[in-house]
Design a protein around this ligand. Sequence first.
Ligand code: X2X
Length: 336
Amino acid sequence: MTGLTRRAFTIASAATVGATMLGRTARAADFTFKYASNLAVTHPMNVRMQAAADAIKKDSNGKLEIQIFANSQLGGDLEVMSQLRSGAIQLVAMAGAQLSTLVPVASMNGVGFAFASMDQVWKAMDGELGALVRGAIQKVGLHVYDKMFDNGFRQITSADKPIKAPGDLAGLTIRVPPSALSTSLFKAFGASPQSINFGETYTALQTHLVAAQENPLPLIESAKFYEVQKYVSMTNHMWDGFWIIGNADAIKGLPADLAALVAKHFDAAVLSERDDITKLNASIIEQLKAKGMTFIEPDRAAFKAALNKTSFYEDWKKRFGEANWAVLEKYTGTLG
Ligand code: X2X
């Protein structure tokens, strides 16, 4: 009996028999990954990611277990980014806005009033603009999967007054993600943007630290902002999506077949989530009205005209670089 004492062998055999008698072979996963998200468990991104994790565990015969940590359980947006880079977390769903602190071009999809339709968005993000951003993410040593989850077009919510025209933003304290582009957009309108982690946004609204925030409708619903906000102004001022980002060493450490299985199920999860968001958007206004929210359909052209009068587009063309900006305009048409 090489290496094992008789006693140790007996104990090990009893444990195996015990487990088998329970009708299962207890099998520790070869790989256990942590996946972090700042969104609610009920958001379609996390519902679909949980389904993908279950399918990967089943199809890999338990070799890879992905544990989902929603609601910023593992920390705020920037903390999670550093844990991902250190390898403490293996997977994160991260919006371009949050990534932009590390990869500036990652916020290009969020340029104010750049996209006018989801058709334009997917042509860009599943096309050359997405490839450009993924290349930049890989350059900082992170792994990025091919397709973006849909977060959606962002709308402005407020507690005390409806936002009907650009002038209503003057002096408004509004929470924005920790992103230079988001801050710059609302400063251009004369608002007072405050960068706050998403996980702290509800409390910031509840305590009136800020009077407003801006996010897509499915997120306003899943984060229960209707409990602390009254008005929704359908500005569509930005489109936003989430990349699935991996710690490069952790992904490289997977056997090729397992890595391919993960990529396949992640792609499927993303495409299903995009459909979920499309369907949700058809019914969510009525849901939020039933929760007491009042909707305003502002003149979006007036917001875009007001932005055109500022240096916003010129500033960001310089910051992103003319060549990158030309890729964006290939899909949006001339901006500014
Ligand atoms: O922080 C936000 O507002 C959110 C959740 O939409 C992003 O991650 C950009």
